[in-house]
Design a protein around this ligand. Structure first.
Ligand code: PHE
Length: 461
């Protein structure tokens, strides 16, 4: 197998940090609470947790394994591995779909990261002080209503992303993430503490953890109720999104992994950190939703409307608020770079482009696509600019997260467990225990689960 010209993580710990940096991002703190609110709480959370444990974790192990054995960009990794395993070169599609998904995600991710960016000066200057439900909503509305402001922050975030990717990932990032993660967890715990004092903590917990399947999976008109599979698909899609799976980000990070690192335990650590951070965010946000009479299903603005109310009224809120948005920005940053990396790695291998040129091309294209996300909140927010009831922003998210990522995951599972030989995984994972369980999950449960949820969602089963 050809060796890579790409760098390697210095240690196994560096890989874990980078993968956790990729996984922990806006998905945990912005998206998880808001989709949980839209899809009705506990039952959705339970399905999401099941998807992480039964599908996400085994697929993540497979994706890292493919990357580490292929040691190139996902497109070339898949081509080489397919060749080595005497399988069709069509498996390269995994890499291609990942590149497309990366563009789609980055083009809305950067706009949301721009919101976090925009809230930093607001928090520092004391503009969040004393906010209530109405003024907080108005502040967010003012931001999203202004295309030029959104464009400004979107551009700045994209430049920041381009900067780190073009410099090469290790230097700044490894160090940054080491400080960021504990700080983020610390701050989230502080916010959960604040939420406990809100008087609605139990109601918030109840919303998150009280499993009521009929409320989430059945839509009723009068006495007749029909089952809807959409929350299942969204929970599955989010499991992939939050773990950065199915699009080559984790594969390309795996390709920089030192040869002897332990894939299974690294995966578990990343998945646990990611899940705990999402749940902490939910526990901080939902009590505030209820304490302030907000609606859980308020949509993408949920976090940006609730948390500023908390910062605005807590002691030293100006300081903690500023710190929180800085951390959120860094979390988004360390995820964004992994969205760019698969395409950049491919351009440098295939066309021998230098890193800077490849990075500028990829982030430039995503920036242009991102203009559509910017406009989705103002000029293009009307129904004439919606498809299937979704704005351009929502549509890109839906297509990437709920279709392309799970499909990528399905193909990764199928390749690893059906196209490649069992020995390939046995040797690569080198597990002393648990191989049979993983093999069963990746060979049967994960692909069947994903396929069933897809078929359900399009109404075939
Ligand atoms: N996992 C990141 C988050 O939760 C988003 C992401 C998705 C990053 C796919 C890379 C690949 O914010």
């Amino acid at each position: 197998m050809s060796t890579t010209t790409h760098p390697q993580w210095t240690t196994r710990f560096a890989f874990i940090l980078a993968a956790a940096g990729s996984a922990v991002g806006l998905g945990n703190i912005w998206k998880f609470p808001y989709i949980t609110g839209e899809y009705g709480g506990g039952a959705f959370v339970l399905v999401y947790l099941a998807c992480i444990a039964l599908i996400g974790v085994p697929v993540m192990m497979a994706e890292i394994l493919l990357g580490r054995q292929g040691r190139q960009s996902p497109i070339h990794t898949m081509r080489n591995l397919a060749q080595a395993q005497h399988a069709s070169s069509g498996w390269q599609i995994i890499g291609w779909m990942g590149v497309v998904a990366g563009f789609l995600i980055l083009s809305f991710y950067s706009v949301v990261a721009g919101w976090a960016f925009a809230y930093i000066p607001e928090a520092i200057s004391g503009n969040l002080n004393g906010l209530d439900k109405t003024t907080s909503g108005a502040l967010f509305g003012e931001l999203t209503g202004s295309p030029t402001t959104l464009l400004f922050w979107h551009t700045l975030f994209m430049l920041l992303t381009a900067l780190v990717v073009s410099l090469g990932v290790q230097n700044g990032l490894e160090r940054l993430v080491k400080i960021l993660m504990p700080a983020l967890v610390g701050l989230l715990i502080l916010l959960v503490g604040y939420a406990m004092a809100s008087g609605k903590f139990l109601q918030g917990l109840d919303y998150l953890f009280n499993v009521n399947f009929s409320a989430v999976f059945y839509t009723c008109q009068g006495a007749s109720c029909t089952f809807t599979a959409e929350p299942l698909l969204v929970a599955l899609g989010h499991a992939f999104f939050t773990l950065s799976l199915g699009m080559g980000a984790i594969m390309v990070y795996g390709s920089y992994m030192p040869g002897k690192a332990f894939i299974a335990s690294s995966t578990l650590m990343v998945a646990i950190a990611d899940t705990v951070i999402a749940l902490l965010a939910g526990m901080a946000i939902f009590p505030l939703v209820f304490a302030n009479d907000l609606t859980p299903g308020a949509g993408p603005g949920l976090v940006f409307v609730t948390l500023p109310i908390a910062f605005g009224s807590m002691p030293a809120g100006q300081f903690f608020g500023s710190l929180f948005f800085v951390l959120l920005l860094i979390a988004a940053w360390s995820s964004a770079i992994s969205l760019v990396e698969p395409a950049v790695a491919w351009l440098t291998e295939r066309w021998q482009w230098c890193r800077v040129r490849a990075t500028l091309a990829v982030t430039g294209l995503a920036w242009i696509l991102g203009i559509g996300s910017v406009l989705s909140f103002n000029y293009w927010s009307g129904p004439e600019y919606q498809w299937f009831g979704k704005t351009f922003f929502d549509l890109k998210d839906y297509l990437a997260s709920n279709i392309l990522l799970p499909l990528g995951g399905l193909l990764i599972a199928l390749f690893t467990a059906w196209a490649a030989q069992r020995r390939f995984s046995e040797q690569g994972l080198a597990l002393s225990r648990g191989f049979a369980l993983w093999w069963w999950l990746i060979r049967y449960l994960a692909p069947l689960g994903i396929a069933l949820i897809f078929l359900h969602a399009i109404g075939l089963v």
